[in-house]
Design a protein around this ligand. Sequence first.
Ligand code: ADP
Length: 251
Amino acid sequence: MGDERDAERRISQQAEELARSNDELAQFAHVASHDLSEPLRTVAGFVQLLAQRYQGRLDADADEFIGFALDGVTRMQALIQDLLTYSRVSRLEYKLDSVDAQAVVTELAEANSGPGAVTCSALPIVQADPGQLRRVLQNLIGNGLKFVPPGRAPHVRVSAARDGDKWCFAVEDNGIGVPAQHHERIFKMFQRLDSQDDFPGTGIGLAVCQRIIERHRGDIWVESTEGVGSTFFFTLPVPTRSEPSQPVIAQ
Ligand code: ADP
């Protein structure tokens, strides 16, 4: 009996510590990205001015250097923007509401791809924070359209199946695939498997998806065959009747 209580106490302590360290990381990401964006705006402004006024008027090396500086600044701005997003999805309260997943996917498909590139089966109405669920689907569909080998037309298919007390969503692509040894690593911040030249990105999108799904008390993972494609799965709990219809996740 005493052993059981000790074990329970240890688990609850560990959960508290994990929640605290997640909070600290989110706080750090917020401060770092917020404070960095101001001086970076200044650098970006002056590098752009240099490009406008002097590109083609100095020598070829200078043009190349200005190009590199512009690329660097643009990438850093994308990183800071994504870090701020990570911090927001970690810190802000989520308000659960009924979300029509099919409407979200249809809208994302129309906005982001050519006809037929994104298809979906009948998708359910789920209880989720509407903005955050949209972000998860947007990141996963966007990756599915992006990580295809040259010359292959991308195709992403979204489906969902009820599995007991949860919905399990699948976002399947016909892209380059993810080697098995990296299936967990890619959900960590800044972990990218490909070069910026082949597939540009910040390496924060999947960390954002994982954080959002964790806060909805679901799971997210990938299954993949290299060279053939990947399927990203995530689950969302179906609220039981006794749960309030619009709970706020406080964690
Ligand atoms: P980003 O897309 O900005 O690189 P993500 O966090 O979304 O960052 O993804 C991390 C890494 O996981 C990617 O750089 C890529 O190597 C791999 N990855 C993600 N989605 C896919 C996919 N659909 N197919 C193949 N690789 C993927």
